[in-house]
Design a protein around this ligand. Structure first.
Ligand SMILES: [Zn+2]
Ligand SMILES: [Zn+2]
Length: 106
């Protein structure tokens, strides 16, 4: 009786150690849909935030290249890093762009 039980345990340990760990489809698909603000988000609000670039979505030149001329027109543009100077963490390591606080009671 005892011998057969230990055989069982040995078989279970073997199965657990077998190198058959292929990634499932669920692990491959990452959640990306909610990284960006909706088009209806008001500038300056908590909703207006680009999680990918860590700047307000309404000022995100990474997502909206059409914003670039406006930044260049106000001389707020870093040619070297292709981002607005006011968003360039490489030129301004001390820069902190923080997401506006979420409004309570929404
Ligand atoms: Zn972005
Ligand atoms: Zn820069």
């Amino acid at each position: 009786m005892i011998r057969s039980l230990s055989l069982c345990l040995l078989a279970a340990a073997f199965a657990a150690c077998s190198p058959k760990s292929e990634p499932t489809a669920a692990q491959k698909a990452g959640p990306t849909a909610e990284a960006h603000a909706a088009a209806t988000a008001k500038p300056g609000t908590w909703e207006d935030w680009c999680d990918e670039h860590q700047v307000p979505e309404s000022q995100c030149t990474g997502c909206n290249p059409s914003l670039i001329p406006a930044f260049k027109a106000t001389k707020d543009w870093c040619e070297e890093h292709a981002v607005p100077e006011s968003q360039c963490l490489k030129c301004n390591p001390a820069l902190k762009i923080t997401r506006p606080p979420k409004k309570a009671g929404n």
